[in-house]
Design a protein around this ligand. Structure first.
Ligand code: XMP
Length: 526
C-alpha cells in the first residue's frame, strides 16, 4: 500500500479515487480514467477514511457491486465522506448508495434490467455536456435489480430508460452525479466521453499520467529505495519480468543481476532469443542457468499433473536460490507484480475457492527468501506494462508475447515427458505460431499453443501405414485468463496448419482443434 500512496502523492494534484463495492467492472473504470491521462486508485469501500479523501482525490467514483442497498448489512460509505465536498460519480450500485445516503429512495424493481438499453435524455448537465442532446436517445449498458424511485433533495433528472426512471441524476451545485448504467463498459457507446467529462471537466484533473512521466518518476524512486545495494531479478522472458528487469537496469544499472533459469521446457528457440536480447542489454549481469537435465531428471516417469507442477516449482526455487547464494551480498529481490495482483478488491476477496491447479508458485519464487522486495510495476495494468516496455526500448515481439505458464511445455504433454516429446511439441508449436503470425492473427489471440497427446492413431502417408501421436491445437481469446473463448479460425487456416505439421513433424500423424471454452475447460490441459 505504501508505494500506492507514494505514487498518489506525486500525482496527487490530479488523481481520482475509485471506491470499490465489488463490481466485476471496477478495474475497467480505472482503465478508463487512466486512458484520460489521470492516475487513479481503487480502494475497497470499507477501507475509505476521511484522511484518504482529504489527501488524495480530486474526484471520487463509486463502483457498481453485486449487493442490494436494501439489505441490512450492505456495503456503504458514510454520509460524512459523501459530504466532504469532492465531486462524486456513483455508478449503478454506487448511484444507489449515493441516493440512499442523501435521503432518496431505492426499491427492488419487479424486473431486472440487463444488457443494452435505450436512454432518453430529458435535460442537460455537466456530465453529459457535449455528449448527449436533450430529447435524443442513446445506447447504454444496464445491469441492475434495484432502482432509484425518488431523488435526494437538490438533484435533477437528466435521463431515463424503460427500466430505470432515474437513469442519470445530477446535483450541479454539489457536483454529485448518479448513473444507473455502466459508462465503463464499451456497450455504453458514449461511456468514455462521460467519464472524460467527470474526470476533466467536473473534477478538473489535468493530464499528468503518462508512461514517460511514470518512467522518470519510478527511476528516481528505485534509486532511492535501493541505494547502493544489489538487486536480483528472476527473468522468465515474459512481459512482466522483462519490463521489470529493463526498468531496474535503467534505474540502478550495475547493481542489477538477472537470473534466467532455462528448464528446457520453453518453446523452440525461445531460450536463445531471451538470452540474446538480455545478454546484449546486461552483459555479464545476465546469468543463464542451463538446468534442463536437472528438471528432466526430476520429471522422469512422472504422470500426474499436480506432481509435475510441484516438482518443477521446487526445482525452480532450488536452482534460483543456489544462484543467489553464489552471487552473495544481494539485498533485494525484484518481482513483476502488477496492479491487478495487489488491489484489495472486494470482488476478489473472501468466498470459498478450490485449487483447480497449483499455479502461482510454479515458475515463481518463494515467498520467504530473506530478501527485501522491489516491485516496480505494482501500480500498472498489463497493457500499461507493455507501453512502459516500449518506452524502455524492449523489442515489440517480446512485449506482445502471449502468456506462457511457469511449468512450460511439461503441462502441454499429458503423461510422461521425454526429451523427444519436448522436441516434437516444439516443432509443431513453432509451425502453429508461425502460421498464426503469417495470417496476421497473433495479436488478435490471447494465447495459442499445441498439446502433444500420449495417444497414437493409425494413418496413411503415401503408401505406408503410420502409427503416431495426435496433436491438439489450442487458441483462445480472453481478457484476464479467468474465462476464455475459442478463437474462430477459418477452416482453410486449420487445414494449412494440419498439413504442415503432419508433413514436417516426425511423430505426429493427426491434428485436432480444441473447441472447449473456459469454463468448463481450463486454458492449459494440465
Ligand atoms: P488455466 O489453464 O488455469 O490457465 O486456465 C490460465 C492462465 O494461466 C497460465 N498458467 C500459468 N502461469 N504458472 C504461470 O505463471 C503456472 O503454473 C500456470 N499454469 C497456467 C495459463 O497459461 C493461462 O494463461
Amino acid at each position: 500500500m505504501s508505494s500506492h500512496i507514494e505514487i498518489a502523492n506525486k500525482f496527487s494534484e490530479d488523481n481520482i479515487l475509485i471506491i470499490d463495492f465489488g463490481s466485476q467492472y471496477t478495474q475497467l473504470i480505472a482503465r478508463r480514467v487512466r486512458e484520460e491521462g489521470v492516475f487513479c486508485q481503487i480502494i475497497p469501500y470499507n477501507k475509505v477514511s476521511k484522511y484518504i479523501i482529504n489527501n488524495n482525490p480530486k474526484g471520487i467514483i463509486l463502483s457498481g457491486g453485486p449487493s442490494s442497498v436494501l439489505g441490512i448489512e450492505t456495503p456503504r460509505i458514510s454520509k460524512e465522506i459523501i459530504d466532504m465536498g469532492k465531486p462524486i460519480l456513483g455508478i449503478c450500485y454506487g448511484q444507489q448508495v449515493l441516493v440512499q445516503q442523501l435521503g432518496g429512495t431505492v426499491v427492488s424493481s419487479e424486473k431486472s434490467e440487463f444488457g443494452r438499453a435505450n436512454i432518453k435524455v430529458v435535460s442537460s448537465c455537466s456530465l453529459t455536456d457535449q455528449v448527449w442532446d436533450e430529447g435524443k436517445k442513446y445506447q447504454v449498458w444496464m445491469s441492475h435489480g434495484d432502482s432509484v424511485v425518488e431523488m435526494p433533495e437538490g438533484f435533477d433528472l437528466v435521463a431515463e430508460t424503460k427500466g430505470a426512471a432515474f437513469a442519470v441524476i445530477a446535483n450541479e451545485k454539489t457536483k454529485q452525479y448518479g448513473v444507473q448504467f455502466h459508462p465503463e463498459v464499451v456497450h455504453t457507446l458514449d461511456g468514455k466521453k462521460l467519464i472524460h467529462n467527470f474526470v476533466k471537466k467536473i473534477s478538473l484533473c489535468k493530464t499528468t499520467w503518462s508512461m514517460e512521466s511514470f518512467l522518470d518518476y519510478k527511476v528516481d524512486i528505485l534509486k532511492n529505495q535501493v541505494g547502493f545495494k544489489k538487486v536480483l531479478c528472476g527473468l522468465s522472458g515474459g512481459v512482466d519480468s522483462s519490463v521489470t528487469a529493463a526498468l531496474l537496469d535503467k534505474a540502478i544499472g550495475d547493481q542489477l543481476v538477472c537470473v534466467f533459469v532455462d528448464h528446457g521446457l520453453l518453446r523452440g528457440g525461445e531460450a536463445e532469443e531471451i538470452s540474446s536480447i538480455f545478454k546484449k542489454r546486461l552483459g555479464s549481469r545476465f546469468i543463464n542457468v542451463k538446468a534442463e537435465k536437472v528438471f528432466l531428471d526430476a520429471l522422469q516417469g512422472v504422470n500426474d499433473p499436480e506432481k509435475k507442477r510441484k516438482i518443477i516449482g521446487n526445482k525452480f526455487i532450488e536452482v534460483f536460490e543456489s544462484e543467489a547464494k553464489k552471487l552473495g551480498n544481494i539485498e533485494f529481490l525484484a518481482q513483476g507484480t502488477l496492479y491487478p495482483d495487489v488491489i484489495e478488491s472486494v470482488s476478489f476477496s473472501g468466498g470459498p475457492s478450490v485449487t483447480i491447479k497449483s499455479h502461482h508458485n510454479v515458475g515463481g519464487l518463494p515467498e520467504k527468501m530473506n530478501l527485501k522486495l522491489v516491485e516496480p510495476l505494482r501500480e500498472l495494468f498489463k497493457d500499461e506494462v507493455r507501453i512502459l516496455g516500449e518506452e524502455l526500448g524492449l523489442p515489440k515481439d517480446l512485449i506482445g508475447r502471449h502468456p506462457f505458464p511457469g511449468p512450460g511445455l511439461a503441462i502441454r504433454i499429458p503423461g510422461v515427458i521425454t526429451k523427444d516429446s519436448i522436441k516434437t511439441l516444439q516443432k509443431a508449436d513453432n509451425i502453429f505460431i508461425d502460421e498464426i503470425r503469417n495470417a496476421d492473427l497473433y495479436d488478435k489471440i490471447w494465447q495459442a499453443f499445441c498439446v502433444l497427446l500420449p495417444v497414437k492413431s493409425v494413418g496413411v502417408m503415401g503408401d505406408s501405414r503410420s502409427y503416431d501421436n495426435a496433436l491438439v491445437l489450442r487458441a483462445i481469446t480472453s481478457v484476464d485468463g479467468m474465462t476464455a473463448e475459442v478463437f474462430p479460425f477459418e477452416h482453410s487456416f486449420l487445414n494449412r496448419v494440419s498439413t504442415r505439421i503432419v508433413n514436417e513433424v516426425k511423430g505426429i500423424n493427426r491434428v485436432t482443434y480444441d473447441i472447449t471454452s473456459k469454463p468448463p475447460g481450463t486454458i492449459e490441459w494440465e
